[in-house]
Design a protein around this ligand. Structure first.
Ligand SMILES: [Zn+2]
Ligand SMILES: [Zn+2]
Length: 165
């Protein structure tokens, strides 16, 4: 994921990268291909880069345990200062480039931000009903019968009486 910046005149540029996730050092839950879109603005003394990456991920729901696929989007913005002096800068998103730098490699940044974008809480849907705590039935597929059986159990003595009569 290399962008050549030597002889790049001032202006706006778009780049697209795609490939296998393994090529940029990603693995599960990410699967298949990544797709990265770059918007780059070149100025005399700096380059501002906006990156957006989409990757399909194979997830497992925390609540119901079902597998589901989700496209995870990650974004980052980076400022590259050209011929920058080595002054202290608080921002982590600023990179100083040597005067003779002829390219930018965004691979590691795309990988790092993709890793950060993996949600801590994995839900197949916002309103996933989860599993029955008693029988483990997936409640997204319908009401668990254990509820009905509880009622059955409660009324059993009465039914017995009724039948013996
Ligand atoms: Zn779920
Ligand atoms: Zn149940």
């Amino acid at each position: 994921m290399i962008i050549k910046i030597s002889n790049l005149s001032d202006g706006s540029y778009n780049y697209e990268f795609e490939g296998e996730v393994a090529e940029i050092g990603l693995s599960e839950p990410y699967t298949g291909k990544y797709e990265t879109n770059i918007e780059l603005s070149k100025f005399q003394d700096q380059i501002i880069l906006n990156s957006e990456t989409k990757i399909e991920a194979g997830m497992v729901c925390d609540r119901c345990g079902e597998k589901y696929d989700q496209v995870i989007k990650s974004e980052h913005k980076m400022v590259y200062l050209l011929r920058g002096t080595e002054e202290e800068n608080e921002s982590v998103d600023v990179v100083y480039l040597n005067a003779d730098a002829d390219k930018i490699n965004i691979k590691n940044d795309v990988r790092d931000y993709a890793l950060l974008a993996i949600p801590m809480k994995k839900l197949c849907s916002e309103d996933c009903k989860g599993l029955c705590c008693k029988w483990g039935k997936n409640l997204n597929e319908g009401v668990c019968e254990c509820n009905e059986n509880e009622i059955d159990d409660k009324w059993k003595p009465l039914l017995k009486l009724k039948n013996n009569r």
